[in-house]
Each structure stands twice: as structure tokens, then as C-alpha cells.
Design a protein around this ligand. Structure first.
Ligand SMILES: [Mg+2]
Ligand SMILES: [Zn+2]
Length: 175
């Protein structure tokens, strides 16, 4: 039997969505993020999967995005949260890459590398593409209303689990 995992979106899910950010000062964690992830990691391996098309569009430098990602991982680590790996897609849609959510590339990659049972795993995100990402990979998606969530709620199917934020999504997953 494989490991269970949760694939977390970054912007609008674990940190506030402040647009195409490249500066550490633009990172704002939600107040509930560490509390939620501490609970989740008791049962699940945690990953972050984020589309960073600002790189492909030339709006932020890849190096700055990598700095931000490193900062996020070290902040979480200082709070005793282990993220197995953070994956980002630097491309814009027109690039036609194979790694941008909702393509299931990064879930498939992680599943292979970490022996993950995708059918027992979740995606949590604030965009319809996160839900499609879950569906394309064969995981369960939970849509959160933080970030862009509230604005996109009408695009989400009736059958999709919706939670107010990452903390409520966590409670739902853990029962
Ligand atoms: Mg997001
Ligand atoms: Zn890509």
C-alpha cells in the first residue's frame, strides 16, 4: 500500500494571493496555515504544487520565485512542518508545457518518487484548475474560498467539496 499525500496549492491556499510576487515582503501566510499543515502531516505526505506563469510572462525572475519558495519551505520547517517537495511550473499557457496544472504531471512524478497512492490523496486549492488537477490525476480535490476561490466558486461543480479555507479543508479530510 502506498503513502497518502496532500498536494497543496501555494498562492491563495497557504499564503495570500498577492499577484505575481518576487519579493519576500510580499509573502503573507494565513493565520491557520501552520495549524492545518501540522494536523495534515500526521497522516499525509505534503507537497506544494504551484503555477508560476509570471516567470514565463517575464513579470518575475525565476531566481526570485525560487527564493520565495525557499523562504516558504524554511518558514514551514521552522514550524516543524515537513514539505516533501515543492514543484513549480514556470511556463505560461501558450508555452504548451507538460507540467502546468491542471496537467497531472507533478502528481504523477511525486507518486512515482514517493510511492503515493493517488486514490487516497488530495489536492487543496483556490482555483478551478486545482480541482481539475486532482481529477486528472485521480485524486480528490477540495476547493477553498480564500485567494481567488470565492470569485471562481460558480465555476465549481455541485459534486466538489468546498471549504472556507485550508483549515476547514483539513478538518474535512481528517474527519
Ligand atoms: Mg492558488
Ligand atoms: Zn510547465
Amino acid at each position: 500500500m502506498g503513502n497518502k499525500a496532500v498536494f497543496l496549492d501555494r498562492d491563495g491556499t497557504i499564503i495570500k494571493d498577492n499577484g505575481y510576487i518576487g519579493n519576500l515582503n510580499d509573502i503573507e501566510f494565513y493565520s491557520f496555515t501552520t495549524r492545518a499543515l501540522k494536523l495534515l502531516q500526521e497522516e499525509f505526505l505534503l507537497f506544494i504544487v504551484t503555477n508560476q506563469s509570471g516567470i514565463g510572462k517575464g513579470l518575475v525572475r525565476e531566481k526570485d520565485v525560487e527564493n520565495l519558495n525557499d523562504y516558504i519551505l524554511s518558514y514551514l520547517s521552522e514550524n516543524e512542518i515537513k514539505i516533501e517537495e515543492l514543484f513549480y511550473c514556470p511556463h505560461k499557457t501558450e508555452d504548451g508545457c507538460n507540467c502546468k496544472k491542471p496537467l497531472p504531471y507533478f502528481i504523477d512524478l511525486a507518486a512515482e518518487k514517493y510511492n503515493i497512492d493517488i486514490g487516497q490523496s488530495y489536492v487543496i486549492g483556490d482555483h478551478p484548475s486545482d480541482i481539475l488537477f486532482a481529477k486528472n490525476a485521480g485524486a480528490a480535490g477540495i476547493f477553498v474560498l480564500t485567494g481567488h476561490g470565492r470569485g471562481h466558486l460558480k465555476e465549481i461543480g455541485e459534486d466538489i467539496t468546498v471549504s472556507k479555507n485550508l483549515y476547514y479543508a483539513t478538518k474535512k479530510i481528517l474527519g
